[in-house]
Write a protein that binds this ligand. Sequence first.
Ligand SMILES: [Zn+2]
Length: 125
Amino acid sequence: MLRKLSDEVRYAEQRAAHAAEIAAKTGDPRLKADYLAMAPSWSKLARSYEVAERLGDFIHHNKARKAAALRTQIPIVHCPDCAAPMRVMLVVPHEKYANLDDRTYECTCGRMVELAIAKVVEGGS
Ligand SMILES: [Zn+2]
């Protein structure tokens, strides 16, 4: 997707340069006027593609940053029986405390553990 947009930017810039070149070379006043009008449109399209590309990069960067922040907030729980990292099976809001979740963890050995753990705050860094 991003690679394709860069190609689109390059293509639109080439078309703008080509239109300006023809406008400069032609002796036909109507053709010159047409190509002079066309060149800025191609340039404008190239800038639009660039903005879209930068916006795409920004969104991608923010998603990755947010995912990384969430990962660091989720505590890794180890099995009390075999010490292997456990998998979260269920997360429900704590009955009494709004800032806690009741998390149910399961180990590959079959052991289940329930813990009250601070809620993961989305958008926090
Ligand atoms: Zn285990």
